[in-house]
Structures are given as C-alpha cells and as structure tokens.
Design a protein around this ligand. Structure first.
Ligand code: B12
Length: 234
C-alpha cells in the first residue's frame, strides 16, 4: 500500500492497537534511501520504509506464556519466534504489508534498523542500550511498506554507555566473555554449561546484563530471564 500521511496515521494506529494486547509495541520507523538494499515487499519491489515491533521490559511475557501453556507442544522448538509470527503475520496480512522476523534467515539487519529508527547504539554486550529501558528490550518483527512513513517512536538523545565510566557489564561477566571488547559467545556458552554457570546465569539471568544500572525497572521476569539464557546455552 502507498501511505499518504492520513492513511499512514490510521494504519499505524490500527497496528498499534492490534499489538497492544500481546505486549508488543511499535518501536520506530526506518525510511530507506533510494537505491539502498531495503527489504523486499511480497511483490518483489524494495520497501520504502519499515516499522519495528518489539517488547519493552517483560511486556510480552504473560501473553506469550499464556499462548504457550495452551499448546500441547508448548510452541515447539522456537516458541518465541513461532508466537511472534502467530501475532504479527495476521496483522501484516490484514493491512497488506510484508512482515520480517529477526531470527529468519537471511538475517535482516534489525539492529542497524533500530539504530536508525530509535537513535540507539550498541552496549559492550552487543545488544543495543536504550536510555530508558536499558538492555531490557528486543525486536519481534518488522512490517515493510511501499511508501514513506512518519516517525513512530521517540529518538534517543544520549548514549548511556558513553556516560558510564565503571562499565560493570564487562567486569560482572563470570566467563570474562566481554574482556576483549567484543562478546565471546564460546566463553559464555562454556560457562553456561558448567556447574557454576548452571547455578548462576542459566538459573537466574545474565550477570552482565543485570549489572547495568540503566533501566533496571524494566528487567525481565525470572522466567523470561531463564528462557533466554536456556536458548543461548544451546
Ligand atoms: C546471530 C545473533 C546472535 C548471536 C551473535 C553472533 C555475533 N557475534 O554476531 C548470539 C547467539 C551469540 C546472540 C546472542 C544474543 N542475542 Co542475538 N541476535 C542474533 C541475530 C539473529 C542476528 C545478528 C546479525 O548478525 N545480524 C545481521 C547483521 C547484518 O545485522 P546488523 O543489525 O547490521 O548487525 C549487527 C549485529 O551483528 C551486531 N552484533 C555484532 N556482534 C554482536 C554480538 C552480539 C552478542 C549481539 C547480540 C549483536 C552483535 O552489530 C551489528 C551492527 O549493529 C539478531 C537478530 C537480527 N536479525 O539482527 C539477534 C539480536 C541481535 N540478539 C539479541 C539478543 C537480545 C541477544 C541475547 C541478549 C539473547 C539472550 N539469550 O539473552 C544474546 C546476547 C548475549 C549477551 N552478550 O548478553 C537482540 C538484540 C536486541 C537489542 N536490544 O539490541 C536481537 C536483535 C534479536 C531480537 N529478537 O531482538 N545473538
């Protein structure tokens, strides 16, 4: 669909309302440049814009857990990805939009999009930090449009990590996985599979992520922390 601004506003409000009961939010808009390798629409043309959809803090956990509990197989091998599609695909279909998902290959540059859409930057962990939500947010999908779109999220002003001298995230990691200024997933996974790791980060969440003073009120609930760490340990 082409989206003149009144239609665009209406579409955005419809999408926002459809996402809300699932604990998902519109996180921001990316308007692609002409000639940029933007994602493709269903008809093969390049998208002109995309809106990012994500969770803020533990917002999705209750709706996701309720969906999962009602299924005999608990949602299968990648339940959060399956749930995200179950929620977002019907909204995309209804609005005639093309949906993208962060875990689907080939990986779309969700973090690069989020940096543009929300003005975020990476933390030493590799995940993007938000001035309000800290490290407690993620992306569950994107909807691609064939026209430009207005801003749908607030843009960050300062980058919290630039103001952080102590960098507790680096020293808090029991596996030293951030010691070389990039996240070493091998060290992290090795630790998660050890006795200390099973009793520590795997049981109650990433020590490094939890040490960040930004957005502590948005920390995920324990079950969600465990869920993400279990997925990372595989
Ligand atoms: C592959 C991947 C991983 C790999 C990282 C491999 C690597 N070294 O790059 C592994 C399995 C280790 C991983 C782990 C985690 N990931 Co991850 N991961 C992805 C995935 C699927 C693809 C990343 C990618 O290569 N994109 C392709 C390039 C083209 O995209 P890009 O935006 O231009 O590239 C950026 C990334 O590559 C990033 N990057 C570079 N090195 C690293 C290292 C790590 C650990 C991460 C997270 C990102 C990252 O920097 C690039 C520029 O910004 C994305 C989803 C997505 N489609 O982006 C999620 C994603 C980046 N991961 C995410 C998360 C939350 C995590 C975990 C915290 C999950 C957990 N279990 O707790 C951990 C992080 C562990 C930690 N340090 O705390 C979120 C980040 C949200 C945010 N706030 O930024 C994403 C966006 C998924 C989502 N659904 O929201 N992840």
């Amino acid at each position: 669909m082409t989206a003149p601004s009144a239609d665009a506003d209406k579409t955005i409000e419809t999408i926002r309302a459809a996402l809300a009961p699932h604990g998902l939010f519109l996180r921001g808009t990316v308007n692609f440049e002409a000639g940029e390798a933007a994602p493709l629409l269903a008809d093969g043309r390049r998208a002109a814009s995309a809106v990012l959809i994500g969770n803020i803090g533990g917002s999705l956990w209750q709706p996701f857990a309720a969906w999962r509990a009602a299924l005999p197989d608990g949602g299968g091998a990648d339940p959060l990805d399956t749930w995200s599609k179950a929620v977002i695909q019907p909204i995309a279909a209804k609005e005639g939009l093309t949906a993208y998902f962060p875990s689907d290959p080939p990986w779309q540059p969700f973090q690069r999009w989020a940096m543009r859409a929300e003005g975020l930057k990476p933390s030493p962990l590799g995940i993007l930090i938000h001035a309000r939500y800290g490290l407690w947010h993620g992306y569950r999908g994107a909807l691609a449009f064939d026209g430009p779109f207005p801003e749908t999220g607030a843009r960050a002003e300062a980058h919290p990590c630039d103001l952080c001298v102590e960098k507790p995230c680096i020293s808090a990691c029991p596996a030293n996985a951030l010691a070389d200024e990039r996240f070493d997933v091998g060290l992290c996974r090795g630790h998660l599979r050890s006795e200390a790791g099973r009793a520590g980060c795997l049981a109650s969440g990433c020590r490094s992520r939890e040490s960040c003073p930004v957005g502590r009120n948005y920390c995920y609930p324990l079950e969600q922390l465990r869920f993400h760490m279990a997925a990372l340990s595989l």
